[in-house]
Ligand binder design. Sequence first.
Ligand code: ATP
Ligand code: MG
Ligand code: MG
Ligand code: MG
Length: 576
Amino acid sequence: MKASRFFVSTLKEAPADAEVASHRLMMRAGMIKKLGTGIYTYMPMGLRVIRKVEAIVREEMNRAGAVEMTMPVVQPAELWQETGRFDKMGPELLRIKDRHDRDFVIQPTSEEVVTDIARQEIRSYKQLPKNFYQIQTKFRDERRPRFGLMRGREFIMKDAYSFDRDLDAAKASYQVMAQAYRNIFDRFGLRYRAVAADSGAIGGDLSEEFQVIAATGEDAIVYCPDSDYAANMEKAEALAPAGPRPAPAKALEKTPTPGKSTCADVAELLGVPLSTTIKSLVLATDVLDEAGDIKGSQVWLLLLRGDHDMNEIKVGKLPGLNQGFRFATLAEIEDHFGCKPGYLGPLNLKKPVKLVADREAAVLADWITGANEVDFHMTGVNWGRDLPEPDLVADIRNVVAGDASPDGKGVLAIERGIEVGHVFVLGTKYSKDMNATYLDEGGKPQFLEMGCYGIGITRLPAAAIEQNHDERGIIWPDAIAPFTVVVCPIGMDRSAEVKAAAEALYEELLAKGVDVLLDDRGERPGAMFADWELIGVPHRVVISDRGLKEGQLEYQNRRDTAATKVPAAGIADFIA
Ligand code: ATP
Ligand code: MG
Ligand code: MG
Ligand code: MG
């Protein structure tokens, strides 16, 4: 590809709503363009990344024996009524009507349609097992679309669905998929963890999430550094032995006295032993209206340490949640912080804690997180004024860093992750609702045992960037870079030698199957380098008259701080 014919469109500044690095950098690198809230055009540069992600996923899915198909994006409501999800699913499901006033949905996922296909097509046990997948547009009307492609409303998902004759066979299919997912995520070159997730009604360890490790991740994951125990927070809490800590959603019996409180006061208030280690804490209060009904809830106090800067940003930037008299619901608070109000995770209550409450302040604007002393400000207790004092409700995490791990092999640590994949045994939920059966050896109809397996195709590049970027821009892993190599000739319009050498190298790399881009736009070196560093192409070759005279070219890996001279004759082999 030649840059003059391709579409390169970089920006100096990111839009103000871009809060995280991946969103900022994808916008600045011209990879995506916003059309509406949570709705983005995949621009040519971004689409190349997405296509590479898809290609890897497709290859490994095919290798694992899954069969590709494409199901409709617009799906008749009748199927969704059969499983009850048309009504149960809530506002995340986008419902539309056609000209005849008939109901449809835009697929957020496709269990209904694939089950409908299976009940028509799968007749005999001889056709099993089967695994159908698609790489397709999804729409979820997310309550809080944000961070660009990370949580879009329209996005691309790879969704696969397995059909088996019994639960053991379904578990085997699940294991094949879980292994395929490990292969896929290994190929992306990202740091990730497969964590046990709650498998809902099915029970057992039949659900895992694949979480890319990143401080900006919305999920809390719990793991043991000394063993292979790893679970998402919900699963970890479900498994945690009832300890000395209070149960979740505990209504506090006392209201703290505004003013100075000590550690002991906080511990007493929360009903936890003074030695409890917490990372941070969000308490919420129910706010009642005049009639005594719950009007909403409100974050009352927040303790955070530096490693939770993400939450600091979020609080600081969410006008309304902590400001004035707009009350957030508990669900909004949970959504906002990515956890239930309560402990987010270490604040050692043995250390001195000073609570400074300012009843008059309308904004929870400032808190200080000291490295050694945990010293925080609490401002913005918003009740008072003309509202009755609310009851305090604290929902307290019962899994925190430092707890013994369930396998007894060490203590737990907590980190944040981005869910990029999810594998799940569904059992017969959908096949029963939709009467999808096959005939067994005895000619008797049996319900199909199902599994489903998702990968966030468009979320993955965002997760990759969260892990791989610097102040200059993106640093793509080779596997998903929009181009693997960029050839940057200097003064191509002035020097026939440079032009010839650049084109020869470009052709040679193309012939070797290298995904190379020749920057023939005639940009000045500074601007040209800045573009490719921002876009994040992992390998760069600079061709200049000076270098050519010495028979040398300059090679620089995106992670290197300086270029290396490489003999011009050997560069193609050096790269390929
Ligand atoms: P989340 O917890 O982030 O809302 P989910 O658990 O609702 O995700 P699944 O139903 O498990 O998502 O869908 C499979 C995969 O699709 C997820 O693992 C994630 O990678 C991706 N995905 C889900 N929602 C979005 C979204 N709004 N934008 C981009 N990718 C998404
Ligand atoms: Mg979701
Ligand atoms: Mg999830
Ligand atoms: Mg999920």
